[in-house]
Design a protein around this ligand. Structure first.
Ligand SMILES: Cc1cc2nc3c(=O)[nH]c(=O)nc-3n(C[C@H](O)[C@H](O)[C@H](O)COP(=O)(O)OP(=O)(O)OC[C@H]3O[C@@H](n4cnc5c(N)ncnc54)[C@H](O)[C@@H]3O)c2cc1C
Length: 152
């Protein structure tokens, strides 16, 4: 089976034909809770059931990999590849590329509650973040997605 509609994951995940439906048996750290861990059981694996959110790893994680001896895996190294790969719906910049194979953009419309949540967070002293793949990853904002055409 192959999926084409990203929104379909909410229908696929409850079905054991498409989801391995693993469950972690938690230890004392999580009060013994059983924690569901959905995993795609179809062509494309989890990519066929995921939420298409486009968020890169944190820069310090890549830099730590490089410090541990993994040459070419520091943040500036991988950023060059991310940019080359990307077709960003905003402007090309220090953090984004255009003309690559992967369309990345913000949803054209968002539920009003999403904006209300962001405004409440900002009012509560949290940082607004309009680009989680930009200069910093902290804060509240609208995520970018790979299911939004860059031309849209
Ligand atoms: C519900 C959900 C939402 C997600 N949302 C996002 C998101 O919005 N953005 C994002 O970046 N990432 C998201 N992810 C994570 C992302 O999809 C995964 O990290 C990524 O797809 C993993 O790719 P992979 O190739 O390593 O593994 P997988 O895609 O899991 O591939 C493993 C493959 O091996 C198969 N397999 C496993 N065991 C066996 C076996 N014993 N025999 C035969 N085949 C087997 C599986 O069926 C699967 O096809 C999400 C994941 C899930 C589950």
């Amino acid at each position: 089976m192959k999926t084409t509609l990203p929104i379909g994951n909410v229908f696929l995940l409850p079905d054991a034909r498409y989801n391995w439906q693993h469950v972690y048996s938690g230890g004392p750290e999580v009060n013994g809770r059983q924690i569901p861990c959905p995993r795609g059981k179809l062509f494309g694996g989890c990519t066929s059931v995921n939420g298409t959110v486009y968020m890169r790893g944190h820069p310090t994680d890549y830099d730590e990999w490089a410090v541990l001896g993994n040459e070419g895996w520091g943040y500036q190294d991988v950023l060059a590849h991310y940019k080359r790969h990307e077709n960003y719906a905003g402007h090309a910049s220090d953090f984004h590329g255009s003309g690559g194979e992967l369309d990345v953009g913000k949803p054209r419309e968002n539920n009003r509650l999403a904006h209300a949540l962001i405004e409440a967070a900002v009012e509560g002293g949290h940082q607004r973040n309009d680009d989680f793949n930009g200069a910093q990853q902290h804060g509240f904002g609208i995520l970018t997605s790979t299911s939004v055409a860059a031309s849209g």
